[in-house]
Design a protein. Structure first.
Length: 580
């Protein structure tokens, strides 16, 4: 049998629908003039991304490929072969597991290079394909000390990351798993994952079992992104390591658990909240990263338009009454409440919060942690707070009828009450509380305002470009007046991991309960009636607020559609377009 002929890169890209025949023809002509590789030319021209190129090259050569980034590479391993040799061989060590060293190589099929690496390290070599430009870039970065993992590792004190107390020593004998957990490969891998997530401003890390090993992803700007894929056999050790630093029971694998740990990274303290869940393939862990540096407690920094911000501040200035912040999970409601408290707190006010959990600690604010397992529920805490002479009360979430009733009663008896609720838009919050059996006449007297919000990704400033939306999209969004206008979006670059977005901004719909709306709530008006009256007063819907942000170039129209889709379904479409 004759060996299969390697596929050409152009053929693979065309078959995958990534480029056209015309683009390949043009790239071949440029290649004859410059002598450069066709893949590099296509990336430089913006025809494909670096990730697409790596995947296509891996398919051509029948090998595994990866796009290098921080977190995939242990910088300490570069010293095994040295900077000069790494540049000459065009390779960089990524991570080590026992006697096997995974190495990113520009030519992973080069047997002389693999033999040389084996001789230098004394380890078995597992090659993977990476772009030569990426390899050389990371060699320079790590050789120059641009990332200091040792500093991060030494910053984790023993009391923060080690739990040695073991109750059942007979069941937990020294096994290969224990030795693997205590060894540097697993410790380094976990700590590099934590450091990378902190530096990328991730909110969560997901460690998931799969049939082929472990998938580690982190959530940045609301979307999950691959961080690394450790090989099979490491998952149990990774889980055990994180359970150890999270003060969890590593022997219990059948029930969900929760843990907490505080680390020091990037010269600051960061709290981690760990949650485990058994699945068919093994335990899945989610690590929530609570980094105070990512908490913006100034209302002006959240993304409010000036008109909406002035309205919200006016609502907060009222001495008593109920203020609601609504939106889906992960839409930034707690951050908005903290920002409101930051505006309201002073030595003259007694501010008390009930949260589940307390995510960030604020000065001049008394924060209470809900603990359902010992009977400390939202309702019980809220009733006790009313005997603590509070001026301002924040309720993390109104989940049931009893909590809703106590919150409304507190607002009616001279307290300012802030709370979150799950509804699609601001007018829908009224119907939600009525569904919880809060009488309309009580609600109309208590409620001062509602803020509904979403988080939209902002356009990456490093790769932003102008574009013209399709006429169909303009028509679907009811923006005929803006047809022919240029908007902004990101093309994708290394700074934004080829997403075109970096960072997020809030989109806010603010409903101030005016005397007219208060009378409508009193007589039990439906949500759509409140919505129509709100639009008549000039207030914008969530979709229209998003369009305004897109017009200003802060986000893209497609992103606005993505984050406000459910709102439009719930509200039955737009009632005002002119404001956009």
């Amino acid at each position: 049998m004759t060996p299969e002929k390697p596929k050409r890169i152009g053929e693979v890209l065309v078959n995958a629908g990534e480029v056209s025949e015309e683009q390949i023809t043009q790239a071949l002509a440029d290649q004859r003039k410059s002598g450069r590789r066709i893949g590099e030319l296509l990336v430089e021209q913006g025809s494909i991304s670096s990730t697409v190129l790596v995947n296509a090259l891996a398919q051509c050569h029948g090998v595994r490929g990866c796009r290098l980034r921080h977190g995939l590479i242990d910088p300490n391993l570069l010293k095994l072969i040295g900077e000069e040799e790494a540049e000459r061989l065009k390779c960089i060590p990524m991570f080590r597991l026992r006697n096997a060293l995974t190495v990113a190589m520009a030519d992973p099929q080069s047997l002389p290079t693999i033999d040389r690496l084996r001789g230098l390290t004394g380890l078995d070599i597992r090659p993977v394909l990476a772009l030569e430009s990426d390899i050389l870039e990371f060699i320079k970065k790590y050789a120059a000390g641009d990332i200091d993992v040792d500093e991060f590792l030494t910053s984790l004190s023993e009391s923060d990351v080690e739990v040695i107390e073991r109750e059942n020593t007979e069941e937990r004998t020294s096994t290969e798993l224990d030795r693997l957990v205590e060894g540097s490969p697993i410790v380094n891998l976990v700590n590099i994952a934590l450091l990378s997530a902190v530096r990328e401003k991730a909110s969560d890390i997901h460690i998931e079992p799969s049939r082929n090993g472990t998938l580690i992803r982190y959530r940045v700007d609301g979307l999950l992104r691959d961080l690394m894929r450790p090989p099979s056999g490491m998952h149990a050790a990774i889980v055990s390591r994180i359970k150890v630093i999270g003060k969890m029971d590593i022997a219990e694998k059948r029930l969900p658990q929760e843990g907490r740990v505080r680390i020091v990274a990037e010269d600051r303290e960061i709290d981690l909240r760990v949650s485990s869940m058994p699945t068919l393939l093994g335990e899945k862990l989610v690590v929530r990263i609570l980094d105070k540096q990512n908490l913006h407690v100034k209302l002006e920094d959240l993304g409010f338009r000036m008109d909406a911000l002035d309205t919200f501040k006016r609502i907060l200035q009222q001495p008593h009454g109920l203020i609601l912040v609504t939106g889906p999970t992960g839409s930034g409601k707690t951050t908005t409440l903290y920002s409101a408290l930051d505006l309201m707190r002073s030595p003259e006010r007694n501010i008390v919060t009930v949260e589940d959990p307390v995510e960030y600690q604020l000065d001049l604010v008394n924060q209470i942690q809900v603990q359902e397992n010992i009977g400390m529920s939202f309702v019980r805490a809220l009733r006790s707070i009313l005997r603590q002479d509070p001026d301002v009360i924040m309720v993390g979430e109104i989940r049931d009828e009893e909590t809703a009733r106590v919150a409304v009663q507190a607002a009616l008896t001279g307290h300012a009450v802030l709370a979150t609720l799950h509804t699609n838009d601001a007018p829908g919050a009224v119907a939600r509380l009525v569904d919880m059996n809060v009488e309309p006449y009580l609600l109309s007297a208590a409620i001062n305002g509602v803020v509904a919000q979403r988080l939209a990704r902002t356009v990456c400033t490093s790769c932003e470009t102008k574009y013209y939306p399709s006429p169909m999209l303009i028509e679907d969004m009811g923006m005929e007046a803006l047809e022919g206008r240029a908007f902004r979006k990101g093309m994708g670059c290394t700074q934004c991991h080829d997403t075109g977005f970096k960072g997020r901004l809030g989109i806010y719909e603010v409903m101030e309960v005016t005397p007219v709306l208060r009378r409508m709530i009193y007589r039990g008006a439906a949500s759509h009636e409140l919505r129509d009256k709100l639009r008549e007063s000039g207030a914008l819907s969530l979709r229209d607020e998003g369009i305004a942000a897109a017009v200003e170039g802060r986000t893209s129209l497609e992103e606005v559609i993505r984050v406000t889709h459910s709102d439009e379904e719930g509200s039955g479409g737009h009632t005002q377009r002119d404001a956009a």
